[in-house]
Design a binder for this molecule. Structure first.
Ligand code: NAG
Ligand code: NAG
Length: 178
């Protein structure tokens, strides 16, 4: 019984600590002009960067729960990016590929994640982590985002396993016999 109470107290303390930390981060972000979320990685985070002509994410059953039709997410509903953005109280950041059409969403950050990618090159042709970071750097050089913006930014990096999958696909037999 006592142990259980301690555990509950600890959890309560932890959630209070996290929520007050978030409040500090969000209050500071508010002062310097809006919290931004920048996202890098793979299909756990991609919200529509992979091209329609190439990716299964634009076909059913993806998207049937949200937004109701396939729209570039590798999920029938929301992905990690959407949940983190909603936790921060901002709209899901604009996919990099749509940057010219969705200017209104730019103030909330941008999503550079491409499904199927990894830190190294994988079996898909989409930009790896280095390229994604370079896209972001380019936008900073073009002053789409300022260095000042970065003080109110959060980065989400998702590396779910495509690097491992690529290794297994090319060197899998070696792995099994080893
Ligand atoms: C990432 O992609 C670029 C462009 O294709 C390539 O030059 C670079 O070597 C890749 N980086 C890694 C770590 O594989
Ligand atoms: C597979 O093994 C070869 C030989 O050891 C190596 O050169 C190659 O980089 C490996 N492939 C991957 C994707 O790691």
């Amino acid at each position: 019984m006592a142990k259980k109470t301690h555990f509950i107290c600890f959890c309560l303390f932890l959630s209070l600590a996290i929520s007050s930390l978030m409040q500090v981060v969000m209050a500071e972000a508010h002062e310097v002009g809006g919290l931004k979320l920048f996202v890098f990685g793979d299909s756990y985070a991609d919200t529509g960067n992979c091209p329609k002509s190439m990716a299964g994410s634009w076909k059913e059953p993806y998207g049937i729960t949200f937004p109701g039709r396939p729209a570039g997410r590798f999920s029938d509903g929301l992905v990690l990016t959407d949940y983190i953005a909603s936790f921060l109280g901002i709209p899901s950041p604009l996919p990099y590929q749509w940057r010219k059409f969705g200017k209104k969403l730019r103030p909330f950050g941008m999503n550079f994640a491409y499904g199927g990618t990894g830190v190294f090159n994988t079996l898909v042709k989409e930009p790896n982590m280095t390229c994604q970071v370079n896209f972001f750097q380019q936008l900073i050089e073009e002053k789409v985002y300022t260095k000042h913006d970065l003080t109110s930014s959060i980065a989400l990096v998702s590396v779910g396993g495509n690097d491992y999958a690529t290794y297994m696909a090319s060197n899998g037999s070696q792995q099994v016999s080893g």
